[in-house]
Design a protein around this ligand. Sequence first.
Ligand code: GLV
Ligand code: GLV
Length: 329
Amino acid sequence: MNGHKIYVTRRIPDQGLDLLRTVADVEVNPDDAPLDRATLLAKAAECDGVLGLLTDRIDAEFFDAAPRLKGYANYAVGFDNIDVAEATRRKVPVSNTPGVLTHATAECAWALLFAVARRVAETDRVMRSGAWTGWGPLQFLGSGVTGKTLGIVGAGRIGTAFALMSRGFGMKVLYTSSSNRRNAVLDKELGAELVPFETMLERADYVSIHTPLTPQTRHLFDAAAFARMKSTAYLVNTARGPVIKEDDLVQALQSGEIAGAGLDVYENEPAMAPGLAERDNAVILPHVGSATTATREDMSTLAARNLMAMLDGRRPETCLNPELFDSRA
Ligand code: GLV
Ligand code: GLV
């Protein structure tokens, strides 16, 4: 114990907390609820390290409040909640949790894809209501997956894992890349095709979003995008809600501009756009992409190891501003 003080903004699996307690005095938000801003700033003022969530805004105001801060560890792969440039200006290292949640998130995207294409959630509701009258040839017809065209928006770790899982279904795979760079794994394993975004919209039967939220990807899917998509196509989003303009999506689902959507994330979580919850052709999950027991434990351990490295002045394994350590060397 070297007198370090750490604040954890919400209870996470014990694995990481136990690790942190071997090197520091650890305080955890006692409420299983998002931490309010004033408490976050007050706790940051007293701490050498903070482990926080995608619901915590880590910005100039946070760093102003945290003069002792030696590092911030995000319990998420997405880091649009962090002003990384500001952290770097202040020479505070920040980290995220890539890798450990890749397969869990890709699997969740497949769960959504099948659920919306085969109307799983909608027909589960019918069964529970007692309204089912027995088998019928014209009931609850959906869409198949085998041999169809799959579009991947953002072929990073998760997008690549998701695409590789399509092998069992013999799908034609298209992908987009903001840097227009080919993905060697997808090219070799799937004979995938790098295409412009508009081409993907026009050709894909299923489109799955795996891009980070950036100024360039905010509202990438708007009315114009839905108009380009096939009326028989489905959209899946396990990335970040604001990549979709949610009001436009509700409109597209209502008008039949697209066939359906499987969503794990929302533009203004935990709220949903008006009308979305009434759409039977939307499957809506509460941001559970990484929510398997083992994955959440791995995220806990990785975030803890990252924070411990930062308290020691070492580069964390998965650092978002590694240049801080180059300049010190
Ligand atoms: C979850 O949304 C994450 O970014 O890990
Ligand atoms: C996300 O950034 C990922 O593809 O792992």
